[in-house]
Design a protein around this ligand. Structure first.
Ligand code: ADP
Ligand code: MG
Length: 365
């Protein structure tokens, strides 16, 4: 299994002009699929930079096509114990939320509602195929990290502690103390929770005079499969990252500068972690930021998909280049898949914990 890094170039918006398009998708050769992004050198427009990825998607890619290509293949492994982590990285306005959440229309739905839909479908199949001997529990946590503080999105904003939720180490894993985990019986159940939580996110941001694009939103889907003598747990996480724009170029007040510093640091640590995993380094600096620490990035992440969301127009030129550079550094990583082992139930008490596993690296990075 590999850490996949893919680019998704969004369509032009109504207010944007096609004469301002500077980003284009390309192939390495005739007949091959799109894997290359080309963009002019801002210092010399006659020159063009090329970046290659596992895959590149364009304005013609529908939500369904994107999901089928980048997420569907990981659903079956997820139920076999391979964790899945999906990031959307990019400047504000490049399509991260569209990719992760999407619109309300069925065809516009993004990765998260489609992921849950696929999980519930698979859960049904697992139960049916086992003639009811395997039960599957799906539980959801949803939180945001703003200014390096963790806030539960399943809790209404007026019940928030301003200092955020504390972290604690438990069995070698970092847990967010007090974070809610809610069981969802079906897609309807999930949708109700999700809509409510997203409303909390907006309300909380408004209260702080901030914008939700300034925080990381992390959804965690915990799948527990239980038979009479075994328990298998796996986790799918989807992260709509804070805007990766370079705030040094825009005017900022003090609050915005504090936000920017927190965002820059966590995005930097994230790219360093992925870089380290890709290179098969022993030490993944996941402890250096709260997000990577909670995700346990590099400990037991299984499959990671990093989506670089890109806007096609000149206005984003430098931000696009900076995203492409982050993505480029992390491409071509091969990481062997790491499975969560089934845990045998102790005779009397139920054990649901799993051993933290180290990723096994291929020699040819
Ligand atoms: P971000 O979350 O990165 O700030 P958004 O997801 O809000 O960006 O996208 C910015 C705008 O572009 C929104 O109006 C969104 O609907 C539109 N958009 C982004 N990606 C697509 C796409 N693939 N197809 C159609 N519209 C898109
Ligand atoms: Mg957004």
């Amino acid at each position: 299994m590999s850490v996949r890094v893919v680019a998704r170039i969004r369509p032009l918006l109504d207010k944007e002009s096609s004469s301002d398009i500077i980003v284009r998708a390309d192939r390495v050769a005739e007949g091959k699929s799109l894997t290359v992004v080309k963009i002019p050198n801002p210092k010399n427009e006659a020159e063009e930079f090329s970046f290659s990825f596992n895959s590149v998607y364009t304005d013609e890619t529908t939500q369904e096509e994107f999901f089928n290509a980048e997420v569907t293949p990981h659903i079956k492994p997820l139920f076999a114990g391979v964790n899945l982590t999906i990031f959307a990285y990019g400047a504000t306005g490049t399509g991260k939320t569209h990719t992760m959440r999407g619109g309300l229309r069925l065809a516009d739905r993004g990765i998260i509602p489609r992921l849950l839909s696929a999980v519930f479908r698979r859960a049904k199949k697992v139960t049916k195929d086992s003639a009811g001997k395997t039960t599957v529990r799906v539980a959801l946590s949803y939180y945001e990290i703003y200014n390096d503080r963790v806030y539960d999105l399943l809790t209404p904003p007026d019940k928030r502690t301003p200092a955020g939720l504390p972290l604690r180490e438990k069995d070698g894993k970092t847990v967010v103390v007090g974070l809610q985990e809610r069981e969802c019986a079906d897609l309807k159940d999930f949708e109700k929770l999700y809509i409510e939580a997203n409303q909390h996110r907006v309300t909380a941001a408004t209260k702080l005079n901030a914008h939700s694009s300034r925080s990381h939103a992390i959804i965690r889907v915990q799948i527990t499969q239980t038979t009479s003598d075994m328990v298998l747990e796996s986790v799918a996480s989807a992260i709509d990252l804070a805007g990766a724009e370079d705030n040094r170029r825009t005017e900022n007040d003090k609050t915005r500068m504090v936000e920017s510093a927190a965002i820059n640091k966590s995005l930097f640590v994230l790219s360093q972690c992925i870089d380290a995993i890709v290179k098969g380094e022993q030490r993944v600096p996941y402890r250096e930021s709260k997000m990577t620490r909670i995700l346990g990035l590099g400990q037991n992440q299984g499959v990671t998909v990093m989506i670089l969301n890109l806007a096609p127009v000149r206005k984003y030129h430098l931000d696009t280049l900076s995203s492409l550079n982050v993505g480029c550094r992390v491409k071509r990583i091969e990481v062997k898949e790491v499975k969560n082992e089934s845990v045998f139930k102790a005779p009397k008490e139920l054990t649901t914990g799993r051993q933290p596993l180290k990723p096994i690296m291929n020699a040819h990075n």
